[in-house]
Design a protein around this ligand. Structure first.
Ligand SMILES: Nc1ncnc2c1ncn2[C@@H]1O[C@H](COP(=O)(O)OP(=O)(O)OP(=O)(O)O)[C@@H](O)[C@H]1O
Length: 270
């Protein structure tokens, strides 16, 4: 007989509530490049509508982990993953995953802004057309909506048909965020999205990330401890491919449980 709500124990209900708050469930994930293991059997849950920061010294596996979530590592012939990344009940590492559809659902923005050498408008409409949207009025609406979400509309609305390359680095990065958002993803993967930007553009991207978590679940790789503590809700500290500590950001930065975390965030290594 199916369990009715009444019959469920408190712990069952708590467990279900916890699962409802989770967008990605990572289980015993290892990632190899040839024989070299870059990520060592990590497990963690990524919360919905929250910002999760990945921190740790150079080469500790942050980007490798991030890229595994939307299967960008498939583009590296020597890379292979073991374990599970569960999203809506599906293991994203499975053989039958449509990676093009996956990358729409789980979008990614890179460290260096990489707009297409086309107009601001076309940067967004291109992917929408590819996805089958051709009606001009719908395209116009979606372009405006994505640029507004990326806090760029006011700055570019009068020059939508000029080259995206004429924008500042910070504007280009917000355009790349708008381009990703236009595909209506659920999860946004951000790989050091503001590290190549000036302080004012960096602040704008940070503000934007906090705003975007209302609509998306965000995972951000950052080398900037202040940035992680300012904008993230949860922080994962990686070291040599291991997940050393994963907790609420406030806890990680004020009272970490592991000595290595404390040493890293206080700048004693890395
Ligand atoms: N394409 C690749 N081929 C082979 N090894 C790789 C490749 N990319 C990364 N690695 C190795 O995997 C390990 C983890 O690298 P990764 O780039 O994930 O670290 P990271 O923490 O993101 O570093 P950074 O902060 O410098 O970007 C490193 O030892 C790196 O040399």
């Amino acid at each position: 007989m199916a369990t009715t709500l009444k019959e469920k124990s408190n712990s069952q209900i708590m467990d279900e509530n916890r699962r409802n708050d989770i967008v990605l469930e990572v289980k015993d994930l290892s990632i190899y490049y040839g024989d070299n293991r870059a990520v060592n059997g990590i497990s963690l849950d990524i919360e919905k509508n929250a910002v999760t920061a990945l921190i740790g010294p150079s080469g500790c596996g942050k980007s490798t982990f991030l890229r595994s979530i939307n299967r960008m590592n498939d583009l590296i012939p020597s890379a292979r993953a073991e374990g599970e990344i569960n999203y809506e009940g599906i293991n994203l590492l499975g053989d039958n995953i449509d990676v093009v559809a996956l990358r729409k659902e789980i979008g990614m923005v890179f460290q260096k802004p990489n707009p297409f050498p086309k107009s601001i408008y076309e940067n967004i409409s291109y992917a929408l057309k590819f996805a089958g949207i051709h009606k001009k009025s719908v395209l116009n609406e979606k372009v405006e909506e994505s640029l507004t979400k990326a806090a760029l509309w006011e700055e570019v609305k009068d020059r939508l048909h000029t080259s995206a390359l004429s924008l500042s680095g910070g504007q280009q990065q917000r355009l790349c965020i708008a381009r990703t958002v236009a595909m209506e993803p659920t999860v946004l993967l951000l790989d050091e999205p503001s590290s190549a930007l000036d302080p004012i553009s960096n602040a704008k991207v940070e503000e934007l990330v906090v705003e975007l978590k209302n609509d998306y679940s965000i995972i951000i790789v950052t080398h900037n401890m202040q940035q992680a503590s300012r904008i993230s809700d949860k922080t994962a500290f990686f070291l040599n491919g291991d997940l050393i500590e994963f907790d609420r950001t406030e806890k990680i930065f004020t009272n970490p449980s592991v000595k290595k975390t404390e040493e890293y965030i206080s700048g004693r290594f890395g």
